[in-house]
Ligand binder design. Structure first.
Ligand code: NIG
Ligand code: FE
Length: 404
């Protein structure tokens, strides 16, 4: 590990800085980082410094360098698996049929409630390590498989604890409003009382959450219930995110925008009016092609409208057992291009600059002065190579921001 005050000099690098959400390439580039923060980046011949005493010199040997990747939407902490449900869907049942019959999210809830913190940390830790091995340095993790106060707090504690001993930043989101748990069946409003009156306050007091999310959907929570969850988030100073318009259009995008959400996620059924609201509010659209693929959805998110209106698009794995059992951010980039027709440049911005914004983090996502200097060296020359491959790519090395 590099001592906190040492400088890092990156030389001989093809740097996709991702400034302003574009490749913003520097073909023969150098970068200087001090105490983990970029102080200079530019063409090598203009580099302001020569090596000093204990500087760490990183020679990229002409390879591609990008900012550390950011997975801004995951449900990483869960127990069990949903392979049986996958089989049922292949025999004709739909995701919604299974959810309404008490399976789906609720079957993961059962397994997650029964699991110890150690077991959850071990299983989620393995998934997190797979992400880190692909160049991910920041991961958002939601609760949502506990659905009672203690189990939700348990999952948030596990999520926070995963950063220990790993060079990764974890942000956490309370997703108590993910499904109505069995003991509240038919009493969704009372469950929302619990989420707003106890869970969100306790998560906030315990500093276990950075944000609040909800599943606004026919099989989830109504817009009116979602508003109550957002009001509680606001009252406790937490950021707002939303699973919006994934399976139907309940005007979730507009609702997220109205509350100044940092992101609205999924958006397959969002209409142009919803897109315009996102733009006006500065809310990021998080696209989750893994879930679209795994549920064999056919309704595409409004990518052309998002692009035309200038709404920043982020991409994430949505890693979860029911709709996107994948830890691969690189495969998500490829799917964003093949399924949603994003350009490779948009896909890379989607896991760097725009993903940072989807988490409300201003200190990362591009390699430019003032931002964190965590970066990835790839066995690649062109940045489009990252989205081009479906699977199997690993970075040459990941240089995380030293912990001060
Ligand atoms: O992001 N849509 C709701 N939540 C998850 C799926 C959760 C599950 O099926 O376990 C999603 O797709
Ligand atoms: Fe999700």
């Amino acid at each position: 590990m590099i001592p906190a005050m040492a400088r890092t000099l990156l030389v001989n690098a093809r740097i996709a800085t991702m400034r302003a959400g574009r490749y913003s390439m520097i073909d023969d580039g150098a970068m200087v980082a001090e105490a983990g923060v970029v102080s200079w980046v530019g063409p090598r011949e203009l580099a302001p410094t020569v090596k000093r005493g204990n500087d760490e010199v990183v020679d990229a040997k002409g390879a591609l360098v990008t900012p550390g990747l950011i997975d801004c939407h995951t449900h990483l902490v869960y127990a069990g698996n949903r392979a049986r449900e996958f089989e049922m869907r292949l025999s004709g049942a739909t995701y919604e049929d299974i959810a309404r019959a008490g399976g789906g999210i609720l079957s993961t809830v059962q397994a997650t409630r029964a699991a110890s913190e150690q077991q959850l940390a071990r299983e989620a830790g393995a998934r997190l390590d797979a992400m880190i091995a692909e160049g991910v340095t920041t991961v958002e993790i939601k609760s949502g498989y506990g659905l009672d106060v203690e189990s939700e707090l348990k999952c948030l504690r596990v999520a926070r604890g995963l950063a220990r001993g790993r060079n990764v930043t974890i942000t956490t989101t309370v997703l108590g409003a993910h499904a109505v748990p069995p003991e509240y069946k038919g009493r969704a409003d009372e469950y929302v009382d619990l989420v707003c009156g106890t869970l969100i306050p306790r998560a906030a007091e315990g500093k276990l959450a950075d944000a609040v999310d909800a599943f606004c959907e026919g099989i989830g929570f109504s817009p009116a219930q979602t508003r109550r969850v957002f009001d509680a988030a606001r009252a406790h100073g937490l950021k707002i995110k939303l699973h919006a318009d994934q399976l139907s259009n309940l005007n979730g995008a507009a609702l997220a925008a109205e509350y100044g959400a940092v992101s609205a996620d999924h958006l397959e059924h969002t209409d142009v009016a919803g897109v315009k609201r996102l733009k006006a509010a500065g809310t990021v659209a998080v696209l989750l092609p893994g879930a679209f693929y795994f549920l064999r959805e056919t309704k595409l998110p409004p990518v052309v409208a998002l692009r035309t209106e200038g709404v920043p698009m982020a991409i994430a794995t949505d890693c979860n057992p029911g709709t996107s059992p994948s830890t691969s951010i690189l495969t998500a980039m490829n799917m964003a291009c093949t399924l949603f027709r994003l350009t490779p440049e948009e896909a890379l911005a989607g896991v760097t600059t725009h993903a940072a914004r989807a988490l409300g983090l201003q200190d990362r996502g591009a390699l430019e002065p003032g931002k964190r200097a965590d970066f990835v060296i790839w066995d690649a020359t062109e940045p489009a190579e990252l989205a081009w491959t479906i699977a199997g790519r690993k970075p040459i090395s990941v240089i995380p921001t030293p912990r001060g």
